[in-house]
Design a protein around this ligand. Structure first.
Ligand code: COA
Length: 282
């Protein structure tokens, strides 16, 4: 679908790039010629992803860091750029989430998710953004949000609040930093099966119900997210900034619309009911 050297000469940092969707994006970027930097808290998946990229002929380096900590992020970028050269794209993918009734959240629980998602995104974006401004080079940021960033969602309050903040950050900085040639976009994925997300968010047979909410009739795939993330980093998207692209098989439109529940029934039955409501021809 893309030219095999589309991203040659580019260098991207993917936070949380050792596992799940971060890993899928890092692998795809590397396949198309980009040099990859990844960070995360656990070293084993980071090492494994870099080894897999190298085995496929790509270039990748990792550093273990916690995006919640601004000083650690600064040090990580210095260490990574010493190996990769200047980074010109950032994917804020690192996230934290779990299902919990909001009245049961401890201060530490709220803090943990908001610090990873909202502060982590700010820390990485500012650390690279100020370098791009100083170096007078263009840069691009992709923030991975979620379709409940604008609707909110029960039982994931810290994540919903933090992702809404990330979306506001995306749009605010798209305007503020456009003058420097820095673009910021967001991708809002619906459910895409990965170990990290599904082990935390799909407990107790919730998968079937989640699937039923998706008009397209299936979950998303990591490669679909990765290909969209390629487009947003590519020269084809030079004038795309401040945008959020939803990738969810129409899930949120269905759950947010008044009569969308009809799509859960066989279409022929729905049409029969609707037809029975039509006034009879005279
Ligand atoms: N329900 C309620 N509270 C929870 C929880 C759960 N399932 N899991 C953790 N917490 C609380 C802890 O009790 C703690 O609060 P306290 O100190 O007030 O008791 C706080 O959250 C932090 O927990 P800790 O174990 O120290 O986690 P951490 O800060 O090292 O990790 C998490 C952050 C909790 C978000 C963890 O789930 C994580 O590492 N997630 C990363 C991957 C991920 O979530 N991916 C999601 C993709 S959708």
């Amino acid at each position: 679908m893309y030219q095999s050297d589309l991203l040659a000469g580019r260098t991207f940092l993917v936070t949380g790039g050792g596992t799940g969707l971060g890993r899928a994006m890092a692998m795809r970027y590397a396949e198309l010629g980009a040099t990859i930097a990844i960070c995360g808290r656990r070293t084993a998946p980071l090492e494994a992803t870099c080894a897999d990229i190298a085995a496929a002929g790509g270039k990748a380096h990792w550093v273990s860091t916690d995006v919640r900590d601004m000083e650690a992020v600064e040090a990580a970028i210095v260490e990574l750029e010493a190996k990769t050269g200047p980074i010109d794209g950032l994917v804020n993918n690192a996230a934290g989430n779990f299902l919990c009734a909001s009245e049961d959240l401890s201060p530490g629980a709220f803090d943990s998710v908001v610090k990873i998602v909202l502060y982590g995104t700010f820390n990485c974006t500012q650390a690279l953004g100020k370098r791009w401004i100083e170096r007078d080079t263009q840069g691009a940021v992709i923030n991975i949000v979620t379709t409940y960033a604008w609707m909110g969602s029960a039982f994931v309050l810290p994540s919903a609040a933090a992702k809404a903040g990330v979306l506001a950050m995306t749009r605010s900085l798209a305007v503020e930093w456009a003058t420097y040639g820095i673009r910021l976009n967001a991708i809002a994925p619906g459910p895409i099966p990965t170990e990290g997300a599904f082990s935390r968010l799909m407990a107790g047979g919730m998968e079937k119900e989640a699937l039923a909410r998706i008009p397209a009739g299936r979950f998303g795939r990591p490669d679909e997210l990765a290909d969209l993330a390629v487009y947003l980093m590519s020269p084809a998207a030079q004038w795309v900034t401040g945008e959020v692209v939803t990738l969810d098989g129409a899930e949120w439109l269905k759950s947010g619309q008044e009569f969308s529940g009809f799509t859960s029934h066989p279409r022929a039955n729905v049409k029969a009911v609707l037809n029975s409501m039509r006034p009879k021809k005279k």
